[in-house]
Design a protein around this ligand. Structure first.
Ligand code: LIP
Length: 271
């Protein structure tokens, strides 16, 4: 068991490192985006893309982490993978919202989380085109820039503004479209932002009432999940489950429960 004072000092150091890494990568991506940016590679389908900037951003972040925290482990979306010896693992999405970034749309982010013995204790999401950085330390609240972040009070279900997203494979998209088709008449409206990390932070700052998505990777949700929880939202997957690639849900108490029930009944957790 880590001494509380030592743990607090570790959290403070990891937050400082995450903020600096996200700021450096965010500035590089904002200021250095090539006008002729193209697709460098594809992953699960022809529309699941990687750009040279995703790869360069991940290298910038991992080089910085190696300098500041050489004994930590690393897991990055674009292949960064290092076993550490410190018990700390960094979980990195160098551009969350790659398709938005490719098209020159503003809603993309850099998502960096630090896990200690498997538990996320620091989360940072930088959204440079919004001039906002969202952050949270476990047990110490959530912030947007230097302002405290708080999730909205749950509205009635039919007045909820709900965010979601869709996968890259046709079979999954067909089922996801069927789920959202049945949800749309029951809520205020739907938003599809394109960056899970920003969607989770929008729950934290009260810009959306709820968010759900199937098929996210740990680097998509690790930081935003902590930020949403520290802002007062509940997060999870199927009933009794934590957020996972199977299903990610975030919403304030009073809305989280009926939404989770609806998504379970609609089969949002499977393809
Ligand atoms: C994206 C997620 C988004 C999802 C997209 C994509 P990426 O992550 O943040 O919520 O709907 O399909 O997975 O690939 O841009 O890092």
């Amino acid at each position: 068991m880590t001494d509380p004072q030592t743990l607090d000092a570790l959290k403070a150091e990891l937050l400082d490192v995450a903020l600096e890494a996200a700021a450096r990568a965010g500035a590089f991506l904002r200021d250095g985006r090539p006008d002729d940016l193209g697709v460098a590679a594809t992953k699960t389908s022809a529309v699941d893309v990687v750009t040279e900037m995703d790869i360069a951003s991940e290298k910038l972040i991992t080089d910085f982490l190696a300098e500041r925290r050489p004994d930590d482990g690393v897991l990055g979306e674009e292949g960064a993978s290092r076993e550490g010896t410190s018990g700390v693992q960094w979980v990195i999405d160098p551009i969350d919202g790659t398709v938005n970034y490719l098209y020159g749309r503003p809603d993309w982010s850099v998502s960096i989380a630090a896990r200690k013995d498997g538990e996320t204790i620091v989360g940072v999401v930088a959204a440079p085109m919004r001039a906002e950085t969202y952050r949270a330390v476990l047990g110490q609240g959530a912030f947007v820039n230097d302002r405290p972040a708080h999730a909205r009070v749950a509205p009635p279900f039919e007045q909820a503004l709900v965010g979601t997203g869709f996968g890259y494979l046709e079979a999954r998209r067909v089922h996801q479209a069927d789920v959202v088709r049945q949800l749309i008449p029951k809520v205020r409206d739907i938003r599809r932002g394109g960056s899970a990390a920003i969607d989770l932070c929008d729950i934290a700052v009260g810009r959306m009432d709820a968010y759900y998505e199937r098929g996210l990777n740990p680097w998509d949700f690790a930081a935003g999940d902590l930020i949403a929880r520290e802002a007062g939202a509940l997060t999870g997957g199927r009933p009794g489950e934590p957020v996972s690639p199977e299903l990610t849900i975030a919403a304030p108490p009073g809305l989280f429960e009926p939404l989770q029930k609806w998504l379970e009944e609609l089969g949002a957790w499977h393809d």
